[in-house]
Design a protein around this ligand. Structure first.
Ligand SMILES: Nc1ncnc2c1ncn2[C@@H]1O[C@H](COP(=O)(O)OP(=O)(O)OP(=O)(O)O)[C@@H](O)[C@H]1O
Ligand SMILES: [Mg+2]
Length: 359
């Protein structure tokens, strides 16, 4: 039933007129004409009174509130306009509208609070990470200025250490810059067809020395593939491979092994980087792709990582419509996996393996 001022006034006026007429009918010998006139007068006067009171005092105020709400909603394009239930009373409808609007606003406030907390945390992380190499380089240079410069051995040693700290700072700032540009969508991927097997061999050559320092052996498997032609951004994919293999070496045990395997599936090349290193405790697995996240700050600090590598890897792979997955066991090893689309004219594998077997 649709309530409005006229209907409500009519019902109220009717009841007033009925009660009044009933009272008058109690008077002895009351003529029906008198009763009719009493009914008509009391009905019409009550109707006019109720109608104006409702229309002017209550409903006009509600309508005013509606139009204010409508103006607020117009600014908020995302607000979903629910179909209004016309059988509800205007006050109920108004309540519903206000409730929907308030809960929408509350969600926005929560989201903004989350963003503010995220920004605070990010600022704290960045300043913390920048502080370490800056303080170290500052310390060496001031010691030199305070007289250590006269001793040639000490001078060279301290200058080398200061240079190393500043190099680390440079890498950190560049990684941060890359990450912020990626998050802002400012880095466009330059897709082209290239051989992932060839790129993997290049990465191995590049990291050979690092592996040798830890007496780690690098193994490359490219099952059934002479060439793994994929359609991707070679420079960025190289960065992904370097990050993952560097991690495998960095967090590997000395005398250990690192395996890189490329498997061919119907439409993709699945890349698997595996090590037999220290592993990652399960509770950290979800978080290692967050920027600045390190499993044990003290443990990795000595290895010189800033915790940005995997965040960059994740972004690059997302830009390739791919997702990286990780599995690990403490003291046994870690495996990272992702897939990349094969170049269109290369989908001619003799015995393709189903994608689901790998990712
Ligand atoms: N193969 C791995 N084995 C064990 N732990 C790993 C491995 N790869 C990553 N981690 C853990 O995940 C954390 C995040 O890795 P990420 O590559 O993002 O940072 P990082 O190596 O510390 O620094 P960066 O790569 O920026 O130099 C590492 O600090 C380490 O604790
Ligand atoms: Mg790393």
């Amino acid at each position: 039933m649709h309530f409005n001022a006229r209907l409500v006034s009519f019902l109220l006026a009717l009841s007033v007129a009925v009660v009044t007429t009933a009272f008058i009918s109690l008077v002895k010998d009351a003529h029906w004409v008198v009763l009719f006139v009493a009914f008509a007068i009391s009905f019409s006067s009550a109707f006019i009174l109720f109608y104006f009171a409702l229309e002017l005092l209550v409903l006009s105020e509600i309508n005013e509130a509606y139009s204010v709400l409508a103006k607020m909603k117009k600014k908020d394009f995302k607000l979903i306009q629910k179909r209004q239930n016309s059988t509800l009373s205007p006050i109920k409808k108004l309540n519903q509208e206000i409730y929907a609007y308030a809960s929408k606003k509350q969600q926005e406030i929560d989201y903004l609070k989350q963003l503010a907390a995220y920004r605070r945390e990010f600022l704290a992380d960045v300043s913390h990470e920048l502080k370490t190499p800056i303080f170290a380089a500052q310390g060496f240079i001031h010691t030199l200025l305070d007289g250590a410069v006269d001793d040639v051995d000490v001078r060279d040693k301290f200058l080398n250490k200061a240079a190393k700290s500043l190099d680390g700072l440079n890498v950190l700032v560049q990684d941060l810059f890359t990450l912020s540009q990626m998050e802002a969508g400012m880095i466009k991927m330059n897709f082209r067809v290239f051989d992932l097997a060839q790129l993997s061999r290049e990465v191995f050559e590049q990291l050979e020395q690092e592996a040798q320092k830890k007496d780690i052996q690098l193994h490359f498997h490219a099952t059934s593939l002479e060439k793994a032609l994929i359609e991707a951004d070679p420079a960025h994919i190289k960065r992904v491979m370097i990050n993952l293999i560097e991690n495998a070496i960095k967090y590997g045990k000395s005398g250990g092994q690192v395996w890189l395997a490329l498997h061919e599936t119907e439409k993709n090349i699945v890349v698997k980087v595996e090590d037999d290193g220290i592993g990652i405790p399960e509770e950290h697995l979800d978080r290692i792709f967050e920027r600045f996240y390190r499993v044990e700050k003290s443990r990795t600090k000595t290895k010189g990582g800033s915790g940005l590598g995997l965040a960059i890897v994740k972004h690059i792979l997302e830009a390739h419509d791919s997702k990286i997955s990780v599995s690990s066991e403490v003291n046994t090893g870690t495996t990272f996996k992702f897939k990349l689309r094969k170049a269109a004219n290369f989908i001619i594998a003799a015995e393709p393996v189903q994608d689901s077997n790998y990712l």
